[in-house]
Design a protein around this ligand. Structure first.
Ligand code: KG4
Ligand code: ZN
Length: 382
């Protein structure tokens, strides 16, 4: 068995395997079983990232009849798919297990049954092959996803907007994210999904609602402005969800449904833009000229109206704007592999008994000191 050769990184003064680092990533936190191989070459002035493969087995058909993700079904589907998806990722990358410098698996936050499946697969590979395991926070994967395809130097401002999360973060590096704002109720993707369901659209609702909204009139239906007059960075979408759902029974034509979908999309885009504007001010106060990059990631970042709105506010506030290609916005394992690779390059890895975590805030200090949810027995939510 080949063991990775560890050496002292002359730039960072840490022990890590010799570069380039070839990392297998595994992602199973929700309804996609995904594996990818990413090769990272750290350089003094940045890093070189190559995505050798990125395989995703979606569970779309299994959850579709229920109109949402059923955790038990998801966990079972991950068990059935994970080995095959890993084998495909290695094959497409043209590498065997012996070429891996490490294995990175999502260890939370997410649906715990699924997280355990992927993390166990990662542990088994690490043990059998004698390579390091990196337990990756799914949110850190999204936060670093912008670095899969472009330089995006730290620190940058990130809007992470997905089905389970809606946060504004200053990303300083792996393990160093500062939370500026989060949602006090639903995530933006959750709002998209629930309103889409009320409109009779199929799961997942976000893309379906975006398609329905094409050509609609965003001003015909007046929807409440959330947290009117509020000047912070936290989000709230539940009032919008209720207001839209109340209007649904009064809709009588396809035009009505299209205009309501368009109004909902515009309202979500407006709130994301307003909070991001405030976060840009706070981020600029802390980092000055150094951090003038605004990135958006997560499944909702696949929405073109939202991307356009965020780009406009970024440019209006002197920030460069970036968003990963659509396939790296939604859940994927390339972002997990990259987060693992960057951690391994810093000499970080995890013991084989590391626990899967249903909740795992990125900025634990802020989540504890300023909780927007009650933390419950399992600890602070993200
Ligand atoms: O990041 P992601 O794949 O999974 C989570 O970690 O949650 O995000 C999934 C979410 C779902 O709520 C889905 O409806 C939403 O992203 N989404 C979209 C679009 N594509 C995916 N929402 C609006 N417009 C889209 N085009
Ligand atoms: Zn995600």
């Amino acid at each position: 068995m080949r063991r990775p050769q560890w050496r002292v990184d002359p730039v960072r003064k840490v022990m890590s395997p010799a570069p380039p680092l070839t990392i297998l990533g595994i992602e199973t936190s929700c309804d996609e079983t995904a594996a990818a191989v990413v090769r990272l070459t750290p350089r003094p002035d940045g890093q070189d990232v190559k995505i050798l493969s990125c395989v995703i087995a979606t569970q779309f058909d299994a959850h579709q009849p229920y109109g949402g993700v059923v955790p038990e079904i998801a966990a079972r589907a991950h068990v059935e798919a994970v080995d095959l998806v890993i084998a495909q990722a290695l094959k497409q990358a043209g590498v065997g297990f012996e070429a891996l410098s490490g294995v990175a698996a999502t260890a939370g936050p997410g649906l715990i049954g699924g997280v355990m499946v992927g993390l166990s697969a990662g542990k088994a590979i690490a043990l059998a092959r004698g390579i390091p395991l990196i337990a990756v926070n799914h949110l850190e994967g999204h936060a670093l996803s912008v670095r899969l395809t472009e330089a995006a130097p730290y620190p940058y401002l990130l809007l992470l907007t997905s089905g389970g999360h809606c946060q504004l973060l200053s990303v300083e590096g792996p393990g160093h994210c500062r939370r500026l704002g989060t949602t006090i109720d639903d995530a933006a993707g959750e709002a998209f999904d629930k309103i889409a369901k009320a409109l009779g659209l199929p799961y997942p609702g976000g893309p379906a609602l975006e398609r329905l909204a094409i050509g609609g009139d965003p001003k015909r239906y007046r929807l409440p402005k959330m947290l009117a007059g509020y000047n912070g960075c936290d989000f709230s979408f539940s009032g919008l969800k209720t207001a839209a759902a109340r209007l649904v029974p009064s809709l009588t034509s396809d035009d009505d449904r299209r205009d309501l979908a368009c109004a909902v999309q515009a309202a979500i885009a407006r709130q994301l833009s307003e909070r991001s504007t405030r976060a840009m001010e706070l981020h600029r106060e802390r980092y000055g000229m150094k951090g003038r990059l605004f990135a958006v990631a997560g499944g909702v970042a696949a929405n073109q109206t939202i991307r356009d709105a965020l780009k406009t506010v970024a440019h209006a506030h002197d920030f460069a704007f970036t968003a990963p290609p659509l396939k790296y916005c939604t859940d994927n394992a390339a972002m997990i592999a990259l987060a693992g690779a960057e951690r391994l390059a810093l000499g970080q890895c995890d013991p084989l008994d590391v626990a899967a975590r249903p909740r795992w805030p990125l900025d634990e200090a802020t989540a504890r000191s300023n909780p927007v949810h009650h933390s419950g027995r399992k600890g602070a939510k993200a």
